[in-house]
Design a protein around this ligand. Structure first.
Ligand SMILES: [Zn+2]
Length: 295
C-alpha cells in the first residue's frame, strides 16, 4: 500500500498482486563442492584469458570449445560473436517448447595487467593489479554452468547462447547479431549486472519486458529461497539490444561491484545464486502462470 499526500487529502493506492502458480518441474539446486568445483575452474580460467574490446578471439575460442563439448551447435557470426543452440528433451515439430536465449559479453573494458594474481579472500575475489574482469567473465561462467546443469533436468525446449563481442564500446557485437537468428527467441536472459539480487527490467531509455515477467523472475528467486531478488531499472546492456528486437529481456546480477576499476570485486556465493536463479527460471518457463494486477 502506498500513501501519498495531494492537495491536503490522502490518496491511498492499493497495489494488489495476484499470483497464480502451477509448477510442473522440480529443480535441483547446486549443492556441495562436487558441482561447485567446475564452476570455480571455469571462472578462474576465464579470468586468465585476455580479451579487451575488439580483441576477444581467445575468449571466443574457449567458449566455442566448451559449448561444443556440451553438444551445442556453435557458429561464429560474421562479426565474431559466438552463437550456439541446442534442443533439450522431447522437442519435436509438434512440441517445440520455449526458445530461451542466455547471453553475456566476452570483452573487458581494458586488458588484464600481465602477471596479475587473482586474490581469493573469504568469499571475495579481487585482482592484485588492475581490473578483475568479473564483468563479464562471471556472466559467461554462470551461463556455462547453467547449461552444464541442464543435463540433470527435464527441460523441454531450446537454449540459444550468445557470447557477444564489443559490448563495452556500446553493444556493438549484439547489434550485429542477425535478426533471423533472434526471431524465434521467447525470452532473453543476460548475465551482466553488478550487485547480488537485481533483475534489471528497464533502463532510462526503454522497458525490456513486462511487469509480469519481472514478477516471474522474482518468484523464481523465492523458489530458490532468495526472496530478495527484485526487478529494477538498470543501465544499458545487451538486454537492451534484445528488447529492441521485441524480445522480453532481463539482465541479472552476477555478484560483481566496482567494475571497470582497480577495486572491482566478485562475491563468489552470488555466482552460484545467479546460476540457480537462471536454472529455475528456465525449468519453470511457461509452466508458471503469473497475473499481476495493479488497481
Ligand atoms: Zn558488462
Amino acid at each position: 500500500m502506498l500513501e501519498s499526500a495531494h492537495s491536503g487529502a490522502f490518496f491511498v493506492v492499493h497495489l494488489t498482486r495476484i499470483v497464480t502458480l502451477a509448477f510442473y518441474n522440480k529443480s535441483i539446486l547446486i549443492e556441495g563442492e562436487l558441482h561447485m568445483k567446475p564452476l570455480k575452474n571455469t571462472l578462474l580460467e576465464l579470468l586468465n584469458i585476455q580479451g579487451v574490446s575488439g580483441r576477444e578471439q581467445k575468449v571466443a575460442t574457449y567458449v566455442a570449445d566448451r559449448l561444443t563439448e556440451l553438444h551445442f551447435t556453435v557458429e561464429r557470426d560474421y562479426f565474431g560473436n559466438v552463437l550456439a543452440q541446442r534442443s533439450f528433451g522431447a522437442v519435436s515439430q509438434a512440441n517445440q517448447g520455449p526458445v530461451l536465449l542466455l547471453s553475456a559479453h566476452m570483452d573487458t573494458v581494458v586488458s588484464f595487467v600481465p602477471g596479475r594474481r587473482i586474490v581469493w579472500e573469504d568469499d571475495i575475489l579481487r585482482s592484485s593489479a588492475g581490473i578483475l574482469g568479473a564483468d563479464d567473465r562471471a556472466g559467461i561462467a554462470i551461463i556455462l554452468q547453467v547449461i552444464e546443469g541442464m543435463e540433470r533436468h527435464s527441460f523441454n525446449g531450446t537454449l540459444k547462447i550468445a557470447f557477444t563481442r564489443d559490448e563495452e564500446r556500446g553493444r556493438i557485437g549484439s547489434n550485429e547479431i542477425a535478426s533471423e537468428w533472434l526471431a524465434d527467441v521467447d525470452m532473453a536472459i543476460v548475465a551482466d549486472r553488478r550487485n547480488r539480487r537485481d533483475i534489471v527490467t528497464s533502463c532510462r531509455r526503454m522497458t525490456f519486458c513486462s511487469n509480469e515477467i519481472g514478477a516471474y523472475w522474482e518468484l523464481m528467486g523465492e523458489r530458490i529461497g532468495q526472496p530478495d531478488w527484485k526487478s529494477c531499472e538498470g543501465g544499458i546492456s545487451d538486454a537492451m539490444t534484445y528488447a529492441e528486437h521485441g524480445i522480453p529481456s532481463i539482465n541479472v546480477s552476477c555478484g560483481y561491484q566496482h567494475e571497470h576499476t582497480d577495486w572491482e570485486e566478485l562475491h563468489w556465493p552470488s555466482v552460484i545464486d545467479t546460476t540457480n536463479l537462471i536454472t529455475e527460471g528456465i525449468l519453470n518457463w511457461r509452466s508458471v502462470k503469473v497475473t499481476v494486477s495493479v488497481r
